[in-house]
Design a protein around this ligand. Structure first.
Ligand code: SF4
Length: 358
């Protein structure tokens, strides 16, 4: 008789697909209901029997349920706030794009290292914006200002927009808009697999969809509440077959015992799983793990058992754009990571392009 270890048993049991996000509580700004998208979302909320409340501002949710900070944080990650985006001045989004296009803020994922931990501070709930028409009009102005240059917009700077697409439909609108803009390009990155609604859109190759991937060790230990690696890769194949330019972000690249095997396996698995169409126009972005002192304090509070290494003594200090020092790997480790992963990328994808390592 073969005795199965718990790991082998888990590997042999078919796993349920990662489900679509259904919030546990929804807040609406009253103004949001005067937009068709706001009305549609209200209908969706009622159809799903989700409790909802009204709020004066999507930036000030003060009565979240939950005892204590940690419980409130967990509930906030399952809370949706539907509002009107007032700030239509877009932030810069280097090195991935020219501007961040704001269609959502916040995410239900629980990635320990996520920079939203600090940038969203006390507002970890998920905000979605109903005035996509205004957001698109603002994007059009940015494109016109920069003509004849091409202007690129990143839709995933402050959230994972694919994870709420079944509620908002906003990515579909942006993709359709950008398809008609000779000088406009869209890109977004995701850790989810629900690409189905985007596959039939006429995108005109103006939107690049990227999947965030990592070594198995990183996904297992630091990315709870996101889609599994296999699901992301299957979705990447669907996206490539639908003719979208495809990309992968390997981030955060983490130095751990066995990192070479882990990252070699990652690239080998990608090469094995992707259809031939995927290799035609494929980009890679590489981002090494970094943290600030503020992020470290927040992460240790929210994920007290995390194995994420954040030892300042082992890191190199680098001046950050937002006025805070960040801690990256020392040069020797950075170079080893970059060279090793670059070699593996070109070994499996000779026609691939590396956009940056940071
Ligand atoms: S999926 Fe992306 S945005 Fe969401 S928590 Fe993870 S890293 Fe952050």
């Amino acid at each position: 008789m073969t005795v199965l270890t718990p790991e082998r048993r888990a590997a042999q049991t078919p796993r349920k697909p990662t489900s679509l996000f259904i919030p546990e509580l929804v807040y609406f700004e009253p103004d949001a209901l005067s937009y068709p998208k706001g009305e549609q979302i209200m209908e969706w909320v009622r159809d799903h029997g989700i409790p909802y409340r009204m709020t004066t501002s999507h930036n000030r949710i003060t009565n979240l349920p939950g005892e204590g900070e940690l419980e409130q944080y967990k509930i906030a990650k399952r809370t949706l706030v539907v509002g009107v985006r007032k700030t239509l001045k877009f932030d810069q989004s280097k090195p991935s794009a020219d501007y961040a296009i704001p269609i959502a803020t916040g995410c239900m994922g629980h990635c320990h290292y996520c920079y939203l931990q600090t940038t969203l501070g006390a507002k970890p709930y998920i905000r979605i914006y109903v005035n996509t028409g205004d957001i698109i009009a603002a994007a059009k102005r940015y494109i016109e200002e920069r003509a004849p240059e091409i202007t690129t917009f990143e839709a995933a700077c402050t959230s994972d927009p694919l994870a709420v697409e079944h509620i908002t439909g906003s990515l579909a609108e942006l993709i359709a808009f950008m398809a008609e803009e000779p000088l406009g390009r869209l890109r977004f990155v995701t850790k989810f697999q629900h690409v189905q609604p985007l596959l039939g859109i006429a995108h005109n190759h103006h939107t690049r969809i990227r999947f965030s991937v990592n070594a198995g060790y990183v996904i297992r230990n630091f990315e709870p509440a996101t889609a599994r690696f296999e699901e992301r890769i299957e979705a990447a194949g669907q996206v490539a077959r639908a003719g979208y330019p495809l990309g992968f972000i390997i981030a955060p690249i983490i130095w751990y015992d066995g990192w070479q095997e882990g990252y070699a396996e990652l690239l080998a698995k990608l090469a094995q799983a992707l259809p031939p169409e995927a290799g035609k126009d494929l980009t890679f972005e590489m981002i090494q793990h970094r943290f600030t002192k503020t992020a470290k304090a927040v992460i240790e509070k929210r994920y007290p058992k995390t194995k994420l290494e954040m030892d300042i003594e082992k890191r190199k200090k680098k001046w950050g754009r937002w006025g805070q020092n960040k801690y990256v790997y020392p040069d020797e480790q950075q170079n080893a990571l970059r060279e090793f992963i670059t070699e593996r990328i070109f070994e499996h994808f000779p026609a691939g392009r590396i956009d940056y390592f940071t």
